[in-house]
Design a protein around this ligand. Structure first.
Ligand code: GLN
Length: 309
């Protein structure tokens, strides 16, 4: 079913777009620096297959940290929650997403949650498969199934650009290796992680994935339970407590929707039992979240009373 462009959403997009000026495109991954800070698009995907959108919803972007919640779902299915949470915690940090500080002061020394980089690296490490290619392919197949889009792949230029510059993530890996939380070759793990973060799609795909999370892991259109209800529940809970990094508290109060953001400017929202949201707006605020994307979600949440609280 084609996505309908919506005049109502367009008005909200234009209002939210004015906030983009206060943000900045991420450039610590050099290839991300090419994004246009004024871009803003949104798609909303309903369980009956209807879709409404505004902005350039065909434009592709990389998932970056949005991928963390999807790799978590896969790993929870691969290994079960008990094993996963022996290696990564369940608590928000209040620190930036790439911070190393809490690793040293937390005992036992494991990442506080799977949405910060250290925790996500541990999660990616747990993806089953014999080679990087096989593990990436398993993650891609899972994503393709949720998005109902078999062509989803990763952006090689952005993966390469991050691989070359991911020194802080390498440092996190070495720290975790020292503490026996990782036992994989660091270059190999960074290779897989940067390809995972460079998985590329548009807002429609992202909204459809959000819809599957919103519907407790079931794709109502194919009738298939893609992930167990419990896995979807755990993922949505992390989206509420840690999905917007150290801005998650403010986000829960102002918006109240399980959501996950990435430094490309993507945000995936899952309004429980109702619909999925995909947003792309690459100008970021200080905490690494899309400024116009957050404003757009705030307008949506207020106008349509979407807060779950
Ligand atoms: N690939 C990015 C990194 O590890 C993802 C971070 C993010 O989106 N917050 O730095």
């Amino acid at each position: 079913m084609a996505c309908q462009s919506s005049d109502e959403l367009k008005v909200l997009v234009e209002e939210a777009r004015t906030c983009a000026k206060s943000g900045k495109v991420a450039d610590y991954i050099p290839a991300l620096g090419k994004a246009n800070p004024d871009d803003l698009s949104i798609a909303i995907y309903y369980p009956d297959g209807r879709c409404v959108s505004a902005g350039d919803v065909e434009k592709k972007f990389t998932l970056q940290s949005v991928s963390k919640v999807i790799s978590l779902a896969l790993v929870l299915m691969d290994r079960g929650p008990d094993y996963v949470f022996e290696h990564v915690g369940m608590e928000p940090t209040g620190e930036p997403f790439n911070s190393i500080g809490k690793l040293e002061t937390t005992a036992p020394s494991k990442p506080l949650n799977p949405m910060i980089n250290s925790g996500a690296l541990v999660v990616t490490h747990m993806i089953k498969g014999d080679t990087v290619e096989e593990r990436l392919q398993r993650l891609l197949s899972f994503i393709q199934e949720m998005a109902s889009h078999t062509k989803i792949g990763y952006n090689e230029e952005i993966a390469r650009s991050e691989f070359k510059t991911a020194h802080l993530n390498r440092a996190l890996c070495y720290f975790l290796k020292q503490h026996n939380i990782l036992d994989e070759d660091v270059e190999q793990l960074i290779d897989l992680y940067t390809k995972q973060c460079a998985i590329e799609m548009n807002c429609l795909d992202l909204a459809r994935i959000g819809m599957v999370f919103a519907m407790d892991g079931r794709d109502p259109l194919s009738g298939k339970q893609i992930m167990p209800v419990d896995v979807a529940r755990i993922c949505k809970t992390f989206m509420v407590t840690c999905g917007m990094y150290n801005e998650s508290g403010e986000f829960a109060i102002k918006i109240g929707i399980p959501a996950k953001s990435g430094v490309s400017g993507g945000i995936m929202g899952a309004v429980p039992g109702r619909f999925g949201i995909g947003i792309f707006g690459p100008a970021l605020g200080e905490k690494g979240n899309s400024v116009a994307g957050m404003r757009l979600l705030e307008l949506l949440s207020k106008n349509y009373q979407l807060s779950m609280f």
